[in-house]
Design a protein around this ligand. Structure first.
Ligand code: SAH
Length: 353
């Protein structure tokens, strides 16, 4: 039975399910989940991420990591952790840039946190036997400082969706329509889920899973030192919006008709990520846009150097640069947050509080 049919049978028997349960089943169901079975990144797949747009992205993060490590006092070992490494491109570009400081490379112990079997295989094909793989951050041993990077991981963690109705607050759930197909419905709530002014009809999201991840990372940073970069599309301020999106072959599709066949995401909720990290005793913020972050790391100079070295590729590099930092493309929608140990002042995030 397909995941779609199994979900319908479950709802028919037990009643509607929340958006987070639906989301998690679609991505991680062991038999039919998107990441468990058929994750497909890249131009020929379902979605393209920043490291796949250009090698500059991972290289600049490599420079950021070297400088962060230097400000940590150049410890050996340092755990260089990537969560949700996709096809391994970001880590491979980061490590290439790491050659600028061979001592950094020698000190870096690479840990990849990945739940997807097919993606672990792609990462191993690109990165060889050097890294170690685990399924959860808490399996990475403590006792040494950590530099962590996660690009487009928060958007894989589910959010609850709340709707302000004329009469009060309700949570969006997924039930069955009269035609027997899955359909969104509402379950009323006694308590207001958020304390924001809300227009009737507006949808507000809250992601306990994203906040819990921020808190886990922050715990580790407080205990062992270090910093974490979280990069994703999302909001820098609390704001309304239904951001649940299913992508298949670069096109938006109906999440309720494509269970397990499409990548499913919600926006990263950076205000609650930052708040959760601070509650755990780490420093966090400010939230930069991807354009601000990459410009400050020198992406325009790097693009010039690449174009000068390979004039035949100058136009391609210009297009890649535009895609990463133009406000109408990824530049503004994507944000970068840094979480760090209280005694560290990471590059570009010296104002973290
Ligand atoms: N960072 C990569 C890939 C982004 S796709 C890039 O920028 O190209 C999302 C990644 O997160 C995939 O590697 C996916 O398998 C992983 N992932 C999804 N849910 C996860 C979870 N709950 N824990 C750890 N990794 C997860």
């Amino acid at each position: 039975m397909s995941l779609l049919d199994r979900l319908k049978a479950q709802i028919a028997q037990d009643g509607p399910i929340g958006v987070p349960e639906f989301f998690t089943r679609c991505l991680h169901d062991p038999r039919d989940g998107y990441y468990a079975m058929r994750p497909d990144l890249g131009a020929g797949g379902d979605f393209v991420t920043a490291p796949l747009v250009s090698q500059m992205f991972g290289e600049l993060i490599g420079l950021w990591a070297i400088e962060t490590w230097t400000r940590l006092g150049r410890p050996a070992p340092v755990r260089l952790v990537e969560m949700g490494p996709g096809d391994g491109t970001l880590m491979s570009d980061l490590l290439r840039a790491g050659k600028l400081d061979p001592e950094f490379l020698a000190a870096a112990e690479v840990w990849l946190v990945e739940v997807s079997g097919p993606l672990r295989a792609r990462q191993a094909a690109r990165l060889g036997e050097g890294p170690r793989w685990v399924g959860r951050l808490d399996e990475v041993p403590g006792g040494a400082p950590m530099i962590l990077v996660a690009n487009e991981l928060l958007d894989c963690l589910p959010a609850r969706q709340f709707v302000r109705t004329e009469t009060g607050w309700a949570e969006r759930v997924i039930g069955l329509g009269e035609d027997g197909e899955m359909a969104f419905g509402l379950r009323s709530l006694g308590q207001p889920p958020i304390d924001a002014e809300a227009e009737p009809g507006s949808v507000w999201e809250s992601s306990p899973a994203q906040a819990a991840l921020a808190s886990d990372i922050a715990h580790r940073l407080v205990a062992d030192g270090g910093a974490a970069l979280l990069i994703d599309y999302g909001r820098a301020q609390p704001e309304a919006g239904d951001t649940l999106q299913a992508l298949q072959a670069h096109k938006k599709v109906d999440p309720l008709k494509t269970a397990g066949q499409a990548d499913l995401t919600v926006w990263a909720d950076f205000p609650s990520v930052v708040a959760a990290a601070r509650e755990t005793g780490a420093k966090a913020g400010p939230i930069l846009t991807q354009a601000e972050f990459l410009r400050a790391l020198g992406i325009e100079q790097r693009a010039q150097a690449l174009a000068a070295a390979r004039p035949d590729r100058a136009e391609q590099v210009a297009r890649q640069l535009d895609r990463l930092i133009n406000a109408a493309q990824m530049g503004d929608l994507f944000k970068v947050a840094c979480l760090c140990a209280p005694d560290l002042s990471p590059p570009l995030f010296e104002d973290a509080t």
